[in-house]
Design a protein around this ligand. Structure first.
Ligand SMILES: Cc1cc2nc3c(=O)[nH]c(=O)nc-3n(C[C@H](O)[C@H](O)[C@H](O)COP(=O)(O)OP(=O)(O)OC[C@H]3O[C@@H](n4cnc5c(N)ncnc54)[C@H](O)[C@@H]3O)c2cc1C
Length: 374
């Protein structure tokens, strides 16, 4: 078969590139080695975290990507819920950071509202007593991460004529050909969206780029009782220290110092906690960050316990039984949010390297396809 564009990988990046390619009038095929997407795109929180971005180009990219998500969701009939997010302060240093961030205003700054301790219960049930206040932003959307890739693939096949080759691994890409476990196909352009795994297809480019892997642990509770609903994503001080939305705050060094002194194990394992309710009532909890190939912690159960301890410090969940635990991986490049390289003529490899491909994926794809079709 001959295609204008062959996309390797059926995760959110691959699907976003396939959509942008089809919209540009290209004949597109997607090759996914599993029977369905099984990478980071189905293992995350489904958080389109506009609120967590650094004002400037990062925030603009997230907002552009959200606009594309909304268009896709409406056309493909998938649910995209404006959940909002709540950064809850339990330490004075956290509150100082939130107050400073709330004071920043302007068209290129997120819409944040400072919430007093007495009003917290209106925003989220189950928050622990003793919280000092919170910062709320409406700019966070919840996608159903487990169902979205399959739904988008079905819609792309049906409405955009994209051909899907599931259960088909690409073993070589170059010279206008994709060689797969199911035969060879000609392609004018090849875009590799293999997540943290394009090392196998482009070993030299992977090695030269300096990119590595980040391993994350995640948990999910059993469904909460009927009627108990948590609308926003809830996060605490560890997330404030992680997200670039707070990177320029003068209060950040003091917060980091307190965390290093008071929660060294959580800091060591890169734990920060996001609490997110799924449509089935369960709560997704995570995560941790271990960097480098084969960087599993010695005691993964201890890392889960750190995530749960931080969750318990923030909230009382009526149903605390853990129904599922899993690991996710993404490509990581320190201080860089995107790796887009061309290892040889006609081949582009693209991966989001800051762990926020759900938030930025559609904007990244629009740029790649614009470059290829210019
Ligand atoms: C635990 C966790 C939580 C996260 N939370 C968030 C969040 O809330 N918000 C956010 O914005 N981002 C989040 N991220 C990051 C986000 O999930 C990723 O950036 C994004 O999903 C990457 O998408 P992708 O399509 O590049 O990769 P993947 O989803 O990993 O997809 C790559 C696909 O390529 C396939 N593949 C690889 N090689 C081949 C080959 N040779 N032939 C055929 N198929 C191949 C794989 O099977 C896989 O399905 C999180 C990540 C993790 C791990």
């Amino acid at each position: 078969m001959t295609y204008d564009l062959a996309v390797v990988g059926g995760g959110i990046l691959g699907l976003a590139h396939a959509w942008q390619g089809a919209r540009a009038g290209l004949r597109v095929a997607v090759f996914e080695r599993n029977a369905y997407a099984d990478g980071a795109s189905v293992r995350n929180f489904g958080m389109l975290a506009i609120a967590a971005q650094q004002p400037g180009p990062e925030l603009q990219s997230a907002r552009a990507s959200l606009a594309a998500w909304q268009e896709v969701a409406a056309s493909a009939g998938i649910s995209l819920r404006q959940a909002g997010c709540l950064f809850v302060a339990r330490r004075p240093e956290e509150m100082d950071l939130l107050v400073e961030r709330a004071a920043a205003r302007g068209p290129d700054v997120q819409d944040f509202t400072l919430i007093g301790a007495e009003d917290l219960a209106c925003h989220a049930p189950g928050l622990k007593e003793g919280a000092l206040g919170a910062l709320y932003s409406p700019e966070a959307w919840k996608a159903d991460q487990r169902g979205v890739p399959a739904a988008i693939a079905a819609w792309l096949a049906r409405d955009h004529g994209v051909t899907f080759h599931f259960g088909t691994e690409v073993i070589h890409a170059g010279d206008g050909q994709v060689e797969t476990t199911d035969g060879q196909h000609a392609a004018g352009q090849i875009v590799i969206c293999g997540g943290n795994d394009f090392a196998r297809l482009c070993p030299d480019a992977w090695a030269q780029s300096g990119v590595s892997t980040c391993r994350l642990q995640m948990l999910r509770t059993a469904p909460q009782p009927e009627g108990w609903r948590l609308k926003p994503f809830v996060m605490g001080g560890l997330s404030m220290a992680r997200y670039t939305a707070f990177a320029n705050c003068d209060a950040l060094p003091a917060l980091r110092a307190v965390q290093s002194a008071q929660m060294p194990e959580a800091v060591k394992h890169g734990v920060h906690v996001i609490i997110a309710q799924e449509d089935d009532g369960s709560i997704t909890l995570g995560d941790s960050h271990h960097y480098g190939a084969g960087a599993a912690p010695d005691d993964p159960a201890k890392v889960d316990d750190l995530i749960l301890a931080e969750t318990d410090a923030l909230m009382t969940l009526p149903e605390r039984r853990i129904a599922a635990r899993w690991v996710g991986n993404y490509a990581h490049l320190s201080g860089q949010s995107l790796l887009r390289i061309s290892p040889c003529a006609g081949v582009t490899a693209v991966t989001v390297t800051n762990g926020q491909g759900m938030t930025h994926g559609f904007a990244v794809a629009a740029e790649t396809i614009a470059n290829l079709t210019a």
